[in-house]
Design a protein around this ligand. Structure first.
Ligand code: ADP
Ligand code: MG
Length: 255
């Protein structure tokens, strides 16, 4: 049965999607069957794994709002073992439409039951907010991986995130855990990078991954080619660190 991990941080641009795509490909390269579920209307994970959004007929919106079986929207990517449930701009209306619907917080959880046995890992790429879509992810998942960008005010907003996790534990998912905290876009040359690292470790302790993701130009180029970093430039620093992260995550779960 798949381990379901949501990638979340309500700040935009901290590396959620980059981590979803590249951790997903990394885990698949370790012989795991992986599904990425894109629940951000921007659909960056979808295009990041090479899926042409204009060619998509049904997407995660149909799953969440119209109860389309998720199997009907899943697409195989070019990376062996890596599938995606895609999102398009259609999803931008979902939060409003779901508000008046029955079981609005548990739509994704219900949908994933049908594919949970088909995968080793399911990674949910959350939007940059703590709205209903993110609540759906937190209700559906086992644990949350929080990317934290190495910058001033890195920890700002994280108390809201932790409050939301607490609320979802109380109402929908008592066993919800924090999978790990990942430092992203780290620049070892600056004092700031080191300070943020210490601050994050003080706060999240052993939850912080040993693997740290540095700034790497190849990581920012790969999405425009629709390729995970290990396919775009297997010798890059980005490919190395995301392979390390995949091993660290896999070791934590013994697979
Ligand atoms: P989020 O999903 O949290 O909004 P993204 O993963 O889309 O964040 O990253 C935001 C931007 O930063 C993207 O353009 C991405 O290519 C770039 N980026 C992410 N991680 C790195 C990194 N380690 N080095 C360089 N650029 C990165
Ligand atoms: Mg994103």
């Amino acid at each position: 049965m798949a381990i379901i991990i949501a990638l979340a941080n309500q700040k935009g641009g901290v590396g959620k999607t980059t981590t979803g795509v590249n951790l997903g490909a990394g885990l698949a390269s370790l012989n795991n069957h992986v599904l990425i579920v894109d629940i951000d209307a921007q659909g960056n994970a979808t295009s990041g794994v090479g899926v042409q959004k204009s060619a998509i007929d049904k997407d995660i919106y149909d799953v969440l709002v119209n109860e389309e079986p998720i199997k009907n929207v899943v697409i195989h990517t070019q990376h062996a073992g890596l599938d995606i449930a895609p999102a398009t701009i259609q999803l931008s209306g979902a939060e409003v439409e779901l508000t008046s619907q029955i079981a609005r917080e548990t739509r994704l959880q219900e949908a994933l039951k049908a594919v949970r046995d088909d995968y080793d890992y399911i990674l949910i790429d959350c939007p940059p907010s703590l709205g209903l879509l993110t609540i759906n992810a937190f209700t559906a998942c086992d644990s949350i991986l929080i990317p934290v960008q190495s910058e001033y005010y890195a920890l700002e907003g994280l108390s809201q995130l932790l409050n939301t996790i607490q609320l979802v534990r109380k109402h929908f998912n008592p066993d919800l855990r924090i999978e790990g905290v990942l430092l992203t876009m780290y620049d070892a040359r600056t004092n700031l990078g080191r300070q943020v690292n210490e601050e994050v470790k003080k706060y999240f302790k052993e939850k912080v991954y040993n693997t740290i993701i540095p700034r790497n130009v190849r990581l920012s180029e790969a999405p425009s080619h629709g390729l995970p970093i290990i396919d775009y430039d297997p010798k890059s620093t980005g490919a190395k660190v995301y392979t390390d992260l995949a091993k660290e995550v896999a070791a934590a779960h013994g697979k």
